[in-house]
Design a protein around this ligand. Structure first.
Ligand code: GRF
Length: 225
């Protein structure tokens, strides 16, 4: 597929360096534990960024409360309020642009983007998925975790990848493996994977912001850690 904004030769995709603190746009749909992990990493000084806006596809979810409690601007962009996926996508792009967002992070966002969003932020949208992609792609938690358990794999984990028009198939930025234990239930496995996500996602954001990622074919390469 055509990779927007970056050729095989690998242009420099550093998002923001220098004195300006990069702004994140975080998209959520529910619980918000990954959002909290990002905000905690920022508060600890482990991630030099700021949350410019939190957008939710659902009203009244805990993630919105987490954002509001920390004074972060929030928006609800719910599919039923728009006549088409394209119109919904255009609203997302407008909200992110108005907030001056440098990097977009999907943290439990239960929507598939219209291509206009991916075009507006080429290689600037990250997603976290609770499996070792490309295994168990597609579906929202806990489906990937349940599928891994049912398949009998001994290792699962989580993946942060760039978002492209193909669901859960964009170039992989970072992964962590989590063992599947003999007495695991879907809930227990999902819980351990989630704990790994909370470390992986802020660290992957940091690497994208600071590590000058280049996409070469399907690979994401960094100049430095
Ligand atoms: C996580 O499992 C994440 O991998 C998936 O959705 C879930 C979101 O959880 N994309 P939370 O809302 O961050 O707690």
């Amino acid at each position: 597929m055509a990779e927007p904004g970056m050729g095989e030769s690998g242009g420099d995709n550093a998002v923001a360096t220098g004195p300006r603190t990069p702004a994140l746009g975080v998209l959520v749909s529910g619980r918000g534990s990954n959002l909290r992990a990002i905000l905690d990493a920022i508060a600890r000084g482990d991630l030099r960024a700021r949350a410019g806006i939190v957008i939710s596809s659902r009203a009244g979810v805990p993630a919105l409360e987490i954002a509001a409690a920390r004074g972060i601007p929030t928006r609800v962009i719910a599919p039923r309020d728009y006549p088409s996926r394209a119109a919904e996508g255009a609203a997302v792009v407008a909200a992110l642009s108005e907030a001056g967002v440098d990097l977009v992070v999907l943290a439990g966002y239960a929507r598939i983007f219209d291509p206009c969003v991916v075009r507006a932020f080429p290689y600037r949208i990250l997603n976290i998925h609770p499996s070792l992609l490309p295994a168990f792609a597609g579906g929202m938690a806990p489906k990937p975790q349940a599928d891994a358990l049912a398949a009998g794999v001994k290792l699962s984990g989580c993946t942060v990848h760039f978002v492209t028009d193909e669901v859960d198939a964009g170039p992989i930025i970072a992964q962590v493996a989590v063992p599947v234990l003999d007495d695991d239930t879907v809930e227990r496995l999902a819980e351990r994977i989630l704990a790994a996500e909370h470390t992986l996602l802020p660290e992957a954001i940091r690497r994208v912001l600071e590590g000058h990622p280049r996409v070469t074919g399907r690979r994401v390469l960094f100049d430095h850690r």
